[in-house]
Design a protein around this ligand. Sequence first.
Ligand code: FAD
Length: 494
Amino acid sequence: MALRCWRWWPRPAWLRSRPPPAGSPLSFRQPFSTQELTPQICVVGSGPAGFYTAQHLLKHHPRAHVDIYEKQLVPFGLVRFGVAPDHPEVKNVINTFTQTARSDRCAFRGNVVVGRDVLVPELREAYHAVVLSYGAEDHQALGIPGEELPGVLSARAFVGWYNGLPENQELAPDLSCDTAVILGQGNVALDVARILLMPPEHLEKTDITEAALGVLRQSQVKTVWIVGRRGPLQVAFTIKELREMIQLPGTRPVLDPADFLGIQDRIKEAARPRRRLTELLLRTATEKPGAEGAACQALASRSWGLRFFRSPLQVLPSPDGQRAAGIRLAVTRLEGAGEATRAVTTGDTEDLPCGLVLSSIGYKSRPIDPSVPFDPTLGIIPNTEGRVVDMPGLYCSGWVKRGPTGVIATTMNDSFLTSQMLLQDLRAGLLASAPRPGYVAIEALLSSRGVRPVSFSDWEKLDAEEVSRGQGAGKPREKLVDPQAMLRLLGPCA
Ligand code: FAD
C-alpha cells in the first residue's frame, strides 16, 4: 500500500505577513512561543491512529511531550494483530512508528488498560490533552438464531488467532469440515478466505504463529463461500485483494454469470476504482481462462466463490444439535440507487451446508469509560473534527473517531487532522495553561495498582526475542503470545 506523505506547503508570501484566522487550517503552523510551557499530551492506543497522532504533534510542536498508553504489552494495534501475515509490505509503517517512539519526547506505556488500570478523568487531570485512539475491538454480532453454536466464529477472533493476539490463542478453530461460509464481502473477508485456502507452505515464511500454521496444515476446508446481502456493484473489498484471490495457487474461483447480467452498462458511470474492480469480477465470471489458466483450474483442489444477494437468517445445527452444519440465507433483491441501494428480502430462502461460519460484517468500538460520551448506534465517540463534544482537552482519532472503515492511509490523514485541532486549541489558549505532571502522576497510580508498564525499550527486547525465535524457521519473527511469559522475559520494571 502506498502511503503518500502528507505535506503542508509553505504559506504564500502574501499570507506570511498576517496571522491566519483562528480555526483556519493554516493557523496550527504558527510557531509556538518559546515562553510557553511543555504541553503534556497523552494518546490512548498504539495503532496507526495513536502513532500518527503522536508523530504529527511532535513534528509540529517543538516541546510537546507525548505518552502513548496501550493495553497490550506490544505496540502497533492492527498492524500487528490485523494485517494479514502474507502482506508484510503493509507492516513497513512500523519503521515510521518506531522512529516516533524513539523520540526523546515520546514514551510508550504498554500493558496499561485505560478504563481499568487508569481512568480517563485521571489522565485528563495529569495531562493538558488526551487523545483517544483505541480503535474498534469488538465485532458486530449477526443477531440470528444459532450464532452461539460451535463452528460459528467472528472473523475478528479468527484474524486475532492467526496473528498471535493473546486473547484469541484458545480459539481452536475446527477446520475438519469441507466447506466454510464467510458472511460479509469486505477486505477482512477476503483476508480470511485467502488464509483458509492458501497452500500452507506459502505462509511458512511469514509471521503467522506456528500454532496457527499447524492447524492450517491439517485443514480439510476445500470450499469457501463469501456471502453478501447486495450485488457485485456493492462489494466492499478492493481490487488488490480480489486479484490475490483470483491468483491463489491451487484454487478456482466460482462466480455465477447470472449475477452479472446487465452490469456492463451500469458500471460506465461508476468511479474508476469501482469500474476496474467490477470489470475484473465480470471477466472472472464470464470469460474462459486461457490454456494455462484452464490447466491450473483443472488441477485445483480448492475453490472459492462469491454468493451475492443473500442475507443470513439462521445457523443450522447438526442433527445432534452440537455444532453448525449449515446456514439458511434469505434471497434478496436491490432497491434504490447509488449509495442508497439496499437489499430487501424476496421471501425465498436457500440452505448452504457448511461446518464453519465466519462472520465478517464489521468491527465495533466499545465505550472506554463512563466519563467519555459514546454513540452506541454509530459506535464512535461523538466528535467534531476530532474534538470530543463538550469535553475540552479530550480528542479522538482513528477508528473510534470515524468508525471501523478505511485503510492505514485513511487513518493517517484522519489522525493528522485531530492533531491539528489539538494544536490549534493549544495555540488559542483553550487548554490548561499551568504545568501538568504527565506520566509522573500516572506512574505513581499504576504502581499503587500493581500494574507493570512496558516501555518501548522493553518492547525492543521482546522484538529481538521474536526475531531470534523466527530465525531458525526462516520467518521474520515468531510472535510471543503469552503475556505472562513476556513479562517474565522482561523481569521487574527498571
Ligand atoms: P487499531 O489499529 O485497532 O489500534 C487501536 C489500539 O488501541 C490497539 O493497539 C489496542 O490494543 C489499543 N487499545 C484498545 N483499547 C485500549 C484501552 N482501553 N487502553 C489502552 N489501549 C487500548 N489497512 C491497510 O492499509 N492495509 C491492510 O492490509 C489492512 N489490513 C487489515 C486487516 C484487518 C483484519 C483489519 C481489521 C484492518 C486492516 N486494515 C488494513 C485497516 C487498518 O488496520 C486500520 O485502518 C487501522 O489499524 C485503524 O487504526 P486505529 O489506530 O484506529 O485502530
